[in-house]
Design a protein. Sequence first.
Length: 237
Amino acid sequence: MQSSLDYESIRTTKAYDDLLNALYMKVKRNVGEINVPPVQVIAVSGNEPPATQQYQDAIAVLYGIGYGLKMGLKFGKLPKPKGYFDYRVGALGTFWRSTGRTLEINDPTTLRWQAYLLVPRFVSKTLVDEARGQAQAKHPEVPYERASLEVVNEGRSVQMLHVGPYDKEQPTIDELRRYITEHALAVKGGHHEIYISDPRRTEPTKLKTVIRIAVTRDPAAQALDPTGAGAIAGAGG
């Protein structure tokens, strides 16, 4: 299994880029294991399908605050905290789960999700609130109040790169599940997707999505978790 990645002691732009690369940019089209450290994220939760306004609003909220933080810190519109370094705004990620027996992506009565953007350790709730206020002043129609600063702790996980339309992910998911079974692992988290490609600018057949499932060897854990319960592993709030 891959050794744990470093997040807490990152102090430079390059080290942060290396973390993002390890988390998703360098993931291959075959199953691999990763030990994801606890990380801070700006997060928005919801229950409506991804094609709805609720999810699209969440994306606008995350990028509005995310880029507001990056640019505000870089150009002095926000106070630079101790340990500051310039950083790349990472890819959008989403944890998907269900309150029912199976994950039904178009059923708002059982669907639950948490969309997020990763941020460096030096980002505080105060900084997020300041960036939120600046974003709201420019775009009061966007529901920036939905965002919060959270901690996500996935730990040991299996992941794989899917290339193609979002509705053709099942073979990739099946391969991850086979690996979990064959290696005597148990699912402890749900369905986690990281969207490397921008669907507005990329052909569906070329979309790149990392699919990740948190796992454990704990025999008490449910070996197969079709509901995706626990997908928001370790999220604070």
